[in-house]
Design a protein around this ligand. Structure first.
Ligand SMILES: *[C@@H]1O[C@H](CO)[C@@H](O)[C@H](O)[C@H]1NC(C)=O
Ligand SMILES: *[C@@H]1O[C@H](CO)[C@@H](O)[C@H](O)[C@H]1NC(C)=O
Ligand SMILES: *[C@@H]1O[C@H](CO)[C@@H](O)[C@H](O)[C@H]1NC(C)=O
Ligand SMILES: *[C@@H]1O[C@H](CO)[C@@H](O)[C@H](O)[C@H]1NC(C)=O
Ligand SMILES: *[C@@H]1O[C@H](CO)[C@@H](O)[C@H](O)[C@H]1NC(C)=O
Ligand SMILES: *[C@@H]1O[C@H](CO)[C@@H](O)[C@H](O)[C@H]1NC(C)=O
Ligand SMILES: *[C@@H]1O[C@H](CO)[C@@H](O)[C@H](O)[C@H]1NC(C)=O
Ligand SMILES: *[C@@H]1O[C@H](CO)[C@@H](O)[C@H](O)[C@H]1NC(C)=O
Ligand SMILES: *[C@@H]1O[C@H](CO)[C@@H](O)[C@H](O)[C@H]1NC(C)=O
Ligand SMILES: *[C@@H]1O[C@H](CO)[C@@H](O)[C@H](O)[C@H]1NC(C)=O
Ligand SMILES: *[C@@H]1O[C@H](CO)[C@@H](O)[C@H](O)[C@H]1NC(C)=O
Ligand SMILES: *[C@@H]1O[C@H](CO)[C@@H](O)[C@H](O)[C@H]1NC(C)=O
Length: 643
């Protein structure tokens, strides 16, 4: 020993220390074995492992081969990553996991981890990626995490975390991404975040954050993505955010920001996407002063922005979405907007805009959505619109002062899904839209349109995706054609009230299986159903189902009414004693004599609906019997002043 002492004093000292350490309880001198024990401890705390951790066995020594484990290549082999994303694991995260002292990545996203985040994680000095998102973790974010000096990614999104954001997280100088979205976090945004030199993405959306945005955030040098939407943040939007030379995405929607838009908002050369939707912003839109503006998405919907739309907005030459709905904008729409070559969606509805629409707007081949409803815009719709807006999918011009005819060229706008021209002063005949296979919603109500020879209905039978047809409040005259029963199977709304339609309602209407909202009142319709080729028991069945749909107001999206049999059963179960539970409440809301109407009209009609939709055809009444009964109900109803 003396010999060695002389020759190798350092080695002896080391050996002594080594044997001392090995005498400590629990500690082994084999770091791989420590990691193995830590993993077994972790496993023992999980309540359900869905079989994925079968390889984690106390009889298997090679941890590096266990599922989800990555080890370092150098000896001693240490566990450096734990990848257990989407494995259906439930349980809590025990403190012993912090014994994996070489861990750099902990990826537990999308499991059912519950309980608290152990503060011991703060001792993982090598940890760079901590992803516990999409679990049901509770409690506070441990402030000890600040000690994770290598932390680059912190994703605790979509949990049930409470409390405030620990301000000392601003000391983790390597942080690049922070995602704490979808939790119940309170308090304010730490201004220390502005000092994180490498921070690129800050996602704090859908929490309960209050207070102002720290103005210093705008000077954060690497920040490109800021998502603070769906909180209760207040104060003004700091000028610095608009002036940042790095921020590209600025999502601040659904908060309570007040004051004016930053004057330099459109002087930016870095911002690509801006949403300030649903705040309390006031004042005017600033002018565009940037020389090469990069903004692609601008959403200022649902604020109180006033004044005119500056013509310079047309200088936002990369814009794809311009959404200014629900503000207090006045004046005319600038012609310059029609010259933005990339514009696809333009939403200006619900403002106080007036004048005529600049022709350039109806001449944009890029446009897919044009919404200018609820303004005071006038003039006629250009006759060639169906050719000049070749990609239009939604054309929403409702509630304005448009006059003249509906251009027949719209029948060439092949991509049209939604056409809303209701509540204007349009004249002429209903157009033929059978060439529009994608048409889903057609609203032409409250204009001055006539039915022509009703051929538009058979044309519309070509539109197999039609779900809403709203034609109320026009000058439709004469009899409804039986082709109405050949309209799309998916038709949910058929609105024909306040017209001058007369004669019988074609029984074929009973074929419209998806119908949930049928308005035909304020017409001169005489009786149900007497067209010629009626009275097969099949027709009676469809009629019965239709009647039940009307009386219950039950939508086909509702499980209990999505097929005829379950609708019948649903109503039958309530009939007659609990019938008020299933009747469409809007049906009786204006009736002074509700009890009487219920007794003399609603219950008898429901009874007819039930007998007609009985499963066995033999038990169904025939149509003649049904129409007699309905006529007598209508007789009673008219005496009561219901119809
Ligand atoms: C350390 O422990 C592991 C098992 O955890 C074992 O495979 C390895 O051989 C041990 N190394 C030494 C040097 O004992
Ligand atoms: C391994 O674990 C099982 C149950 O988890 C236990 O019964 C057994 O004693 C353990 N074996 C060793 C060698 O630790
Ligand atoms: C979450 O995990 C489940 C399986 O447990 C999987 O079906 C689902 O797609 C995953 N979701 C995400 C967003 O990764
Ligand atoms: C492992 O972790 C537990 C709990 O944090 C601790 O009590 C124990 O001493 C640790 N074991 C080792 C070997 O470090
Ligand atoms: C966390 O993991 C989820 C699931 O893999 C992933 O979608 C998400 O991007 C990760 N978070 C970060 C910040 O990388
Ligand atoms: C943030 O986390 C949430 C929840 O895990 C996730 O849905 C979202 O995609 C993440 N967002 C970003 C920008 O990483
Ligand atoms: C915006 O930034 C420029 C330089 O990038 C600076 O000169 C100017 O003062 C800043 N303006 C505001 C309002 O912060
Ligand atoms: C937003 O602020 C206004 C005025 O300061 C206040 O009346 C309102 O309650 C706030 N709304 C929310 C959701 O905090
Ligand atoms: C616009 O930005 C430039 C630099 O990008 C700056 O010089 C100028 O002062 C800014 N103008 C306004 C009105 O903020
Ligand atoms: C911006 O728009 C205005 C008004 O449309 C125009 O006069 C001006 O030349 C444009 N400026 C630039 C830099 O394009
Ligand atoms: C119905 O559509 C077909 C092709 O989808 C078309 O050939 C036909 O002309 C259309 N009919 C009407 C009435 O527009
Ligand atoms: C209510 O109904 C009764 C019986 O049908 C009728 O005599 C009476 O006039 C009705 N009252 C009102 C207010 O409509």
């Amino acid at each position: 020993m003396a010999h060695l002492d002389v020759l190798f004093p350092g080695l002896v000292w080391f050996l002594c220390l080594f044997s001392f350490l090995c005498s400590l309880p629990k500690a082994t001198c084999n770091k791989t074995e420590d990691d193995r024990q830590a993993l077994l401890c972790f496993k023992s705390r999980l309540s359900s492992q869905a079989g994925v951790l079968a390889s984690w066995s106390n009889t298997s020594l090679d941890v590096c081969g266990w599922h989800g484990i990555t080890c370092s290549t150098m000896s001693p082999r240490r566990v450096i990553a734990l990848d257990l994303e989407s494995e259906g694991i439930s349980g809590s995260i025990p403190p012993c996991i912090a014994n994996l002292t070489s861990l750099t990545r902990m990826q537990f996203s999308n499991n059912s981890f519950h309980g608290k985040i152990p503060s011991e994680l703060g001792t993982l000095s090598q940890l760079s990626n901590l992803n516990l998102s999409m679990n049901t973790l509770e409690g506070n974010i441990p402030s000890e995490l600040y000690a994770c000096s290598q932390l680059q990614i912190l994703d605790l999104g979509s949990n049930s975390l409470h409390g405030e954001i620990p301000p000392n997280l601003g000391q983790c100088k390597n942080l690049q991404e922070i995602n704490l979205s979808n939790n119940k976090i309170q308090g304010s945004i730490p201004s220390s975040f502005a000092n994180l030199p490498a921070l690129r993405r800050l996602v704090l959306a859908s929490n309960r954050l209050t207070g102002n945005i720290p103005p210093s955030l705008g000077s954060s040098p690497s920040l490109t993505y800021v998502y603070l939407g769906m909180n209760a943040l207040t104060g003004i939007i700091p000028k610095s955010l608009a002036n940042s030379s790095s921020i590209q995405v600025l999502w601040l929607m659904n908060n309570n920001f007040t004051g004016e838009l930053p004057k330099a908002l459109f002087n930016t050369s870095s911002l690509l996407k801006i949403s300030f939707r649903r705040n309390n912003l006031v004042g005017h839109l600033p002018s565009v002063t940037a020389t090469s503006p990069s903004i692609q998405y601008l959403d200022l919907r649902d604020n109180h922005i006033s004044g005119r739309i500056p013509s310079s907005l047309g200088n936002l030459s990369s814009l794809i979405d311009l959404l200014l709905m629900e503000n207090d904008l006045v004046g005319s729409i600038p012609d310059s907007l029609g010259h933005i070559p990339t514009l696809q969606r333009l939403a200006l509805s619900v403002n106080n805009l007036s004048g005529t629409v600049p022709p350039s707007l109806f001449n944009m081949s890029s446009l897919t959505y044009l919404g200018i409803a609820n303004n005071s815009l006038g003039g006629s719709i250009p006759s060639n619109i169906g050719y000049t807006l070749p990609n239009i999918q939604a054309l929403i011009l409702s509630a304005n002062k448009f006059d003249g005819p509906i251009p027949a060229s719209l029948a060439n706008a092949y991509n049209l899904h939604m056409l809303y021209l209701n509540s204007n002063s349009l004249t002429g005949s209903m157009p033929f839209f059978g060439s529009l296979p994608n048409l889903e919603e057609l609203a032409l109500a409250y204009n001055k349109l006539d039915a022509g020879n009703w051929g538009f209905i058979s044309s519309l039978t070509n539109c197999t995706r039609l779900t809403k047809l709203m034609l109320s409040g026009n000058n439709l005259q004469g009899k409804l054609p039986s082709s109405i029963g050949k309209l799309s199977d998916s038709l949910e709304w058929l609105w024909l009230r306040e017209n001058k339609i007369s004669g019988p309602i074609p029984l074929e209407i009973g074929n419209l299986k998806s119908l949930s909202s049928l308005y035909m009142d304020y017409n001169l319709i005489t009786e149900y159903g007497m067209s010629e080729e009626i009275s097969t028991k099949g027709d009676v069945y469809s009629f019965g189902v239709l009647l039940l749909h009307i009386m219950t107001g039950c939508s086909p999206t509702d499980k209990k009414c999505n097929d005829s049999a379950s609708l019948h059963e649903f109503v039958d179960r309530a009939y007659p004693n609990n019938i008020h539970e299933v009747v469409d409440p809007t049906m009786l809301q204006d009736e002074s004599n509700a009890t009487e109407v219920m007794r003399s009209c609603v219950i008898p009609l429901i009874r007819i609906g039930l007998t007609c939709s009985i499963t066995s055809p033999i038990e169904r009444p025939d149509m003649e019997q049904v129409s007699t009964e309905i006529l007598s109900i209508m007789h009673v109803a008219s005496h009561m002043g219901v119809i």
